[in-house]
Design a protein around this ligand. Structure first.
Ligand SMILES: Nc1nc2c(c(=O)[nH]1)N(C=O)[C@@H](CNc1ccc(C(=O)N[C@@H](CCC(=O)O)C(=O)O)cc1)CN2
Ligand SMILES: Nc1nc2c(ncn2[C@@H]2O[C@H](COP(=O)(O)OP(=O)(O)OP(=O)(O)O)[C@@H](O)[C@H]2O)c(=O)[nH]1
Ligand SMILES: [Mg+2]
Length: 455
């Protein structure tokens, strides 16, 4: 069914724009080699082997533009299943842009964001989940997130989804057979029982997949972590320690941080989006007041709250207020400055706190371990399992599970089998959308438009 369709020839710069040693301008389409030949002087590109890189020069008429290396990959064994030419230029913005413009003047069209990968999808080289994983791989912020994406690119999620869909299809077929050719007297009861068993089985498989989603989403997007506390307790010092970089300004003056600072950190494989906030207190300073309001907002939006208290002083009303405000959040209470004599009233705190000293880098690994424990039940290295990490995929599996729940309710209510078939079919369809079976054009256009140019 995957007959390669004919599209026009597209071109784009596939490397980041900027000063670099080498940049790549990529062409894909029937005329890729023909267009390249018009601007390239070196070996005859019609005669070189596929998947070879060739030395030569790019000319604009008689004017030399650049000395290049040029790769030729012939359809259908390429990334897009079309002819591909990649020109490796000297990595400057001006030269690279000029070569792109030259190719456009010779008949190529500027590619839209994600259009190379879109063609790989439309030409049947990969399914939608695999195409999405290309983007996930590019955006991965940690080794683990990259690991999930590269396995999805390899098709592990697609294979799993396909096998569940196949089983659903077989069940639906079995139901049809039972109805059309009843071998037993009590077909209704038989069929209902078969459906009940199978639905329970599918539910279990899909719920297991969903249980991997929370971890997957965090690994992909990062855990929004707000560092809160009253002024001067050491929040910015903690941020700097976790980042292993002097990012935020630290002074002994209360009210140093006046706005919210956001940075990404990789804490034992968990990507954290760390938010350092202005110390929360009543204040008349207009600028600080705005900062404090933003801190309260950060507190309410966070996936995780690191509440910092100063162990070397007694609890203040601000501390108590913050303890109350963060009570319902997923929270780790940190008693900082334990290098100094302890004055804080331990008996007024919840039991679960960690004593640290940011100044002496003491016990920070306990904070990292606790973050791990909270989100992965201490089990972050479980690399082999297929993990659901994409919001679109998660929503579709949830909708598939909902359809099964409806089927189950209908069964319990003793509704006729053909009604239940409708629900089970809907489950099968939702799963199909993950890999792009029957995906509408608008969805495909919208998905690929989120890609970067040249991908
Ligand atoms: N220079 C360059 N590097 C790149 C890419 C690219 O397009 N260009 N890729 C782009 O994302 C990634 C590699 N992905 C690729 C996937 C398939 C094929 C390809 O030609 N596949 C043929 C098999 C070739 C063979 O077996 O010899 C095929 O699938 O039929 C090439 C690159 C990362 N690195
Ligand atoms: N003794 C001791 N001092 C610390 C420790 N951690 C931070 N400090 C000091 O506490 C002071 C305040 O630190 P900051 O990190 O700026 O505190 P903050 O919570 O960000 O303060 P604001 O931005 O004003 O809300 C600085 O002088 C730090 O050097 C610690 O573990 N022990
Ligand atoms: Mg600060």
């Amino acid at each position: 069914m995957t007959l390669t369709q004919e599209f026009d020839t597209i071109a784009a710069i596939s490397t980041p724009l900027g000063e670099g040693a080498i940049s790549i301008v990529r062409l894909s389409g029937t005329d890729a080699i023909k267009i390249a030949k018009e601007v390239f002087r070196g070996k005859d590109l019609d005669l070189v082997d596929s998947h070879t890189i060739n030395y030569g020069h790019v000319y604009n008429d008689e004017e030399l533009v650049d000395e290049v290396m040029l790769s030729v990959m012939r359809a259908p064994k390429t990334f897009t299943r079309e002819n591909i030419v990649e020109i490796n230029t000297h990595g400057g913005i001006a030269v690279t842009q000029e070569i792109l413009q030259l190719l456009l003047r010779h008949g190529a069209r500027l590619a839209e964001p994600g259009e190379f990968t879109k063609r790989a999808f439309l030409n049947g080289r990969m399914d939608l989940a695999q195409a999405e994983s290309v983007m996930d791989l590019i955006r991965a912020k940690t080794d683990l997130a990259a690991n999930i994406a590269v396995k999805q690119l390899d098709g592990s999620l697609s294979t799993l989804i396909a096998s569940i869909r196949q089983e659903i299809l077989e069940t639906l077929a079995q139901v049809e057979v039972n109805i059309d050719y009843p071998e037993y007297d009590d077909v209704e009861t038989m069929t209902s029982q078969l459906l009940a068993e199978k639905i329970a089985e599918f539910e279990q498989l899909l719920n297991h997949l969903l249980s991997t989603a929370k971890r997957g989403k965090i690994l992909r997007e990062g855990l929004k972590t707000a560092i809160v506390g009253r002024p001067n307790v050491g929040k910015s010092s903690l941020l700097n320690q976790l980042l292993r970089e002097e990012k935020a300004i630290v002074t002994d003056i209360a009210g140093t941080t006046r706005d919210v600072i956001t940075e990404f950190a990789n804490i034992g494989g968990v990507p954290l989006e760390l938010v350092d906030t202005a110390g929360i207190r009543e204040t008349d300073d207009v600028v600080e007041k705005i900062g404090v309001e933003r801190s309260v907002k950060a507190l309410s939006e966070a996936d995780l709250v690191l509440l910092v208290l100063d162990a070397s002083s007694t609890l203040t009303s601000q501390d108590l207020q913050l303890l109350e405000q963060s009570e319902s959040a997923t929270r780790i209470i940190l008693l900082n400055k334990t290098d100094l004599p302890e004055k804080i009233e331990i008996d007024q705190l919840p039991d679960n706190f960690i004593r640290i000293s940011v100044l002496n880098s003491k016990n920070l690994e306990a904070v990292e371990n606790e973050i791990n424990r909270i989100f992965f039940a201490g089990n972050i290295e479980a690399k082999d399992a297929t993990v659901l990490s994409n919001a679109r995929h998660i929503a579709l599996v949830e909708s598939a599970v909902n359809s099964l729940a409806e089927a189950k309710n209908s069964l319990l209510a003793g509704l006729p089998v053909d009604l239940i078939q409708v629900d089970v079919t809907r489950c099968w369809q939702a799963l199909g959308e993950i890999t792009g079976d029957g995906a509408p054009d608008e969805l495909i256009t919208q998905l690929f438009s989120q890609f970067c140019l040249g991908k």
